[in-house]
Design a binder for this molecule. Structure first.
Ligand code: TYM
Length: 328
């Protein structure tokens, strides 16, 4: 069975972008693959977090993943900081990562521009920790959105460099990026990625938004003045709405064009809003149930932690031995 690994940061309720670009695909992979999914709290502290809030968001994020169809019986679902191997491997890998390569990461450049007063070393070495997450489990496939592609390339480079020096150690992972929803854009500024850190809440759909809020946000979505639902360069807003609609309904772009031929943007936006609202309703209900059941969540993440530590112990030992550490 092929091994799948992916992660999500617990930096607030995740968005429709996170869901369509990544999390929606995680559940269906469980039956065919050996899946590991992580709430990456170590990554979250590369930007300033309030400790109490981080704790709550981590637990909520864990519950949300279950609500999105990740079954802790089928998949290994755990909280990153519960497995120390991630940090341990990250240190070793950082010694096989070039400063220049990290400096070229666009996400680092963006984030350091956004927080010029806190360009900490963790923000810089973030992709090394991500490489450790992936490589520790012998991962074949990493289901992520477009924005993580460069980080994954770096992880492949690190794996190759290490393997070249010490012989086959790591599996070199492949990205698994969805075709239509790889990059969901902001509803208010469709040239920008949809992001939960957007100060304008109309720009993003939170996966726990109520139906009326979802409909209102889609109604306000920025489009263009042409009034024709079709996919073309220069129609960023409509292209984005078509991607969202396609990712949920499975309809291709030609089908969508035909469906809305002769209808205005109003009708199209309404249809997209309703589709999204219907998709998210069961998730919201499941989350409401799960988030009250702390005991169940605690049981799940405790088991997940044990399984995660067991899953990576051998790899860490192998790496320590290869680089020349004395084993105990
Ligand atoms: P994070 O928490 O920013 O996002 C989680 C996942 O959501 C995807 N995503 C999007 N997809 C489409 N459209 C969007 N607007 C959009 N916004 C976010 C991301 O690509 C991601 O797949 N570094 C990672 C977390 C991570 C990780 C890992 C992922 C840590 N270790 C190991 C894979 C493997 C991150 O910050 O994701």
């Amino acid at each position: 069975k092929k091994v799948i690994f992916s992660g999500i940061q617990p930096t607030g309720v995740f968005t429709l972008g996170n869901y369509l670009g990544a999390v929606k695909n995680w559940g269906p992979l469980q039956d065919e693959y050996d899946c590991t999914y992580s709430v990456v709290d170590l990554h979250a502290i590369t930007v300033k977090q309030d400790p109490a809030k981080l704790r709550r968001q981590t637990l909520d994020c864990y519950a949300l993943l279950i609500a999105c169809g990740i079954d802790p019986q089928k998949s290994l679902l755990f909280i990153q900081s519960h497995n120390p191997a991630h940090s341990q491997l990250a240190w070793v890998l950082s010694c096989f990562t070039q400063f220049g390569d990290l400096g070229r990461m666009t996400q680092f450049k963006e984030k350091s521009q956004k927080h010029p007063d806190d360009i900490n070393a963790g923000l810089f070495t973030y992709p090394v920790l991500m490489a450790a997450d992936i490589l520790a489990y012998g991962t074949d496939l990493v289901p992520v959105g477009q924005d993580q592609k460069q980080h994954l390339e770096l992880a492949r480079g690190i794996a190759n460099r290490f393997n070249g020096r010490f012989g086959e150690t790591f599996v070199v992972p492949e990205p698994y990026i969805p075709k239509t929803a790889a990059k969901i854009m902001s509803l208010t500024e469709p040239e920008k990625k949809m992001s939960k850190s957007d100060p304008n809440p109309n720009g993003f759909i939170s996966i726990l938004d109520e139906p009326d809020v979802i409909l209102r946000k889609f109604k306000k979505a920025v489009t263009d003045s042409e009034g024709v639902v079709c996919r073309r360069e220069g129609k960023a807003g409509i292209n984005n709405l078509m991607s969202i609609y396609s990712a949920i309904t499975g309809k291709d772009f030609d089908e969508i064009e035909r469906e809305f031929a002769g209808k205005g943007y109003g009708a199209f936006k309404m249809a997209v809003g309703e589709t999204v609202s219907d998709e998210l309703a069961p998730i919201r209900e499941a989350f409401a149930r799960l988030s009250k059941d702390r005991e169940y969540l605690e049981e799940c993440y405790t088991k997940g932690a044990e399984k995660a530590c067991r899953a990576t112990a051998k790899m860490l030992r192998k790496v320590y031995k290869k680089v020349g550490f004395i084993g105990l």
